[in-house]
Write a protein that binds this ligand. Structure first.
Ligand code: NAG
Ligand code: NAG
Ligand code: NAG
Length: 297
């Protein structure tokens, strides 16, 4: 019933279209949608305050067929499209945005003050998934060759990967970015793989961090690449023996000090005795020497 009414209104207004179209402006912002999410196409009436929507229709610019229409109580065409709020204005929403929604559209809005047609454009992007990292070879030797990899998938359009070391130094210029575009039944993506190769790696620079940016240089994700040293076992052993050496050193020095104290004590006692017995001091000094040597064995 209402569709009949709208048809009537439409036919009534059609002769008035060209007459009344100067009464107001209709503006829609260029829209970037995110794949699989809800996209809002912001549209506003300008230069008019009291205006009521009657019906809207949308078609792809290069096609003649309308892909979506909405009147007060009736919607037809693509079910993912709808007016955000019929009473509030001409803004549109697309739920579960698809790459096939990309393109230029002609949007027609019929109001109680006449109708208007505008062009609007929609592009669709996808966020890159958290990047995964790897090294080749898997176990890295300090001073040896290594390639660091940082791979990100499922994003669209082409993004970027930047590299930083532990101190925040930018290594991106030394890296090589490979882009593999994919289109799996209309789901577009670009697989990114960044390789940072070293002929001789200084492991003091680790860990490295890679950051994934979308096509507009907005950060989509990052990851930190821990490097497993092939000599980590050896290093642990050597640091272990280092500790032993330190402990041994401390013990030797400690013994020396104790020995010296002992020697001093004996020396003084001996001297006291020597004075009593009249024996020469040298013997006691020799005794002191032997007590010095004892802990060293
Ligand atoms: C749209 O319509 C015009 C004229 O009615 C026709 O020439 C053109 O081929 C049509 N385009 C498509 C994509 O159907
Ligand atoms: C990243 O991509 C490179 C090149 O395709 C590959 O050699 C490497 O194994 C990948 N790493 C991971 C963790 O997927
Ligand atoms: C890192 O280097 C790349 C390539 O030279 C550059 O585009 C980027 O802006 C730099 N990033 C920072 C944070 O300096």
């Amino acid at each position: 019933m209402s569709s009949v009414k709208v048809m009537l209104v439409v036919s009534l207004f059609i002769p008035a279209v060209r007459l009344n179209s100067d009464l107001f402006e209709l503006e829609c912002l260029p829209t970037v949608g995110i794949f699989a999410q809800t996209t809002t196409i912001k549209c506003v009436f300008k230069d008019i305050s009291n205006i009521n929507m009657v019906a809207v229709s949308l078609r792809k610019a290069e096609q003649n067929k309308t892909c979506f229409t909405e009147e007060k109580s009736r919607r037809s065409g693509e079910p993912r499209f709808r007016l955000e709020n019929f009473k509030a204005g001409p803004s549109l929403t697309i739920s579960n945005t698809m790459f096939s929604d990309e393109g230029k559209y002609v949007y027609r809005v019929l109001t109680n003050s006449g109708d208007k047609e505008v062009q609007l454009s929609i592009s669709v992007e996808a966020k890159y998934k958290n990047p995964v990292t790897s090294t080749w070879p898997e176990h890295v030797t300090d001073g040896g060759p290594v390639s660091l990899y940082c791979n990100a998938t499922d994003g669209y359009p082409e993004g970027f990967i930047h590299w930083f070391d532990r101190s925040g130094t930018n290594w991106t210029v030394n890296s090589e970015l490979t882009k593999a575009p994919k289109d799996i039944s209309g789901v577009k993506s670009v697989a990114l793989s960044s390789k940072l190769a070293f002929k001789t790696i200084n492991l003091d620079l680790a860990p490295f961090r890679c950051i994934v940016f979308n096509s507009k240089y907005e950060q989509d994700g990052d990851n930190t690449l821990e490097i497993t040293s092939a000599r980590s076992d050896v290093n642990e052993h050597s640091s272990g023996s280092n500790t032993t050496n330190i402990v041994a050193g401390v013990m030797v020095i400690g013994s020396l000090i104790v020995g010296l104290l002992f020697a001093l004590l004996c020396f003084r006692k001996g001297r006291a005795k020597g004075y009593e017995s009249g024996r020469p001091d040298e013997d006691d000094l020799e005794n002191g020497d032997s007590s010095l040597e004892k802990p060293q064995q």
